[in-house]
Design a protein around this ligand. Structure first.
Ligand code: FAD
Length: 289
């Protein structure tokens, strides 16, 4: 199919992009990498009145910035740029690992991290890492700049807290735990994940762990934090019993979907098994993996 007619706008600044979104009363859509938007237009799953192509705004949106303890990824930073960035490798290795699970090289050359956050796919890798690491979504709208915590940003399947006249300008991360690990299981590469997991924590000299974060994707209609599991492990030494208990507690925050890819029962079966293994890898691995 071909897209329904729309006005094509290529703004020369973020302010102009926002003004266009406002002028269209929330019926316009931002075009970043186009890896999700273009297929949705083609299938007429979306019929925006205008497409606001932000690809000319590299000067405002194309940077990865390390400022003090914070790292900000602009809305035009492509997956492949983040993957190759020494700043991301040093400061956000968990994000770098997760990006490698996304699509294929062509998708990663065009798709943007902020586009993925805006897309809010419940199986999306960037959304999951942003939630797990407590990132902040920076948005600009007619009322100015808004900062939205990733925890609370994802409100449903492909739905988020962004207003229709707002656009994301960046994704900001603070200091992250010393260790992290990522897991994903799909039916095949490039398919939607049945289950994805991101864990992060910092080991203390006495053998205990602090700042424990456990994120789960594909197991609910949004990426979710396994809060009970993380609480079980916070400040504790992670022996076999603690890890097994935490892995079971993760089910408290899961409401696995039933779809053509897997039954809810199968997803619930996979979760504690792979979470326990992933947590164990943090203990065994000296670095992010
Ligand atoms: C073959 C294939 C495989 C894929 N595999 C995966 C995968 O494994 N994991 C995964 O997460 N994704 C996957 N995707 C989707 C891909 O990652 C998209 O690139 C990503 O979801 C959106 O990024 P984008 O820059 O392409 O956004 P676009 O397609 O341009 O936009 C996506 C949506 O976000 C909105 N949007 C984009 N940028 C902004 C912004 N700055 N502010 C406000 N709204 C914005 C758009 O209006 C649109 O609604 C795949 C896509 C393809 C085609």
């Amino acid at each position: 199919m071909k897209p329904a007619p729309f006005e094509y706008v290529r703004p020369s600044s973020v302010a102009e992009a926002v003004a266009t979104l406002e002028a269209h009363g929330g019926m316009a859509r931002v075009l970043a990498g186009g890896q999700s938007l273009v297929p949705m237009l083609g299938m007429r799953l979306m019929r925006p009145s205008a497409v606001v192509d932000i690809n000319g705004l590299d000067a405002e949106l194309g940077q990865i910035e390390a400022r003090g303890a914070e790292t900000t990824i602009g809305a035009l930073v492509r997956y492949s740029e983040a993957e190759a960035s020494p700043v991301i490798a040093e400061r956000l290795p968990l994000l770098r690992t997760a990006i490698r699970y996304i699509g294929d090289r062509q998708v990663r050359n065009r798709g943007t991290l902020c586009g993925a956050v805006a897309q809010s796919d419940p199986t999306g890798e960037v959304a999951l890492v942003a939630l797990t690491l407590g990132a902040t979504v920076v948005a600009q709208g007619p009322g100015g700049v808004r900062e939205l915590a990733a925890d609370g940003f994802f409100v449903g399947s492909y739905a988020n807290a962004l207003a229709p006249e707002e656009m994301i300008t960046g994704l900001r991360f603070g200091v992250v735990p010393a260790r992290g690990a990522f897991f994903e299981r799909g039916r095949k590469h490039n398919d939607f994940a049945l289950l994805s997991l991101a864990v992060a924590a910092t080991p203390e000299p006495d053998g205990s762990w602090r700042d424990v974060r456990v994120g789960m994707g594909g197991i609910n209609d949004t990426p979710v934090l396994a809060r009970a599991a993380a609480a079980r492990l916070e400040g504790q030494r992670w022996d076999e019993a603690a890890l097994a208990e935490a892995a079971q507690l993760a089910l408290e925050d899961a409401d696995p979907p039933e779809d053509v890819r897997a039954s809810a029962e199968y997803r619930a079966h996979l979760l504690p098994i792979h979470l326990r293994r992933l947590l164990l890898s943090l203990v065994e691995e000296p670095r992010h993996g």
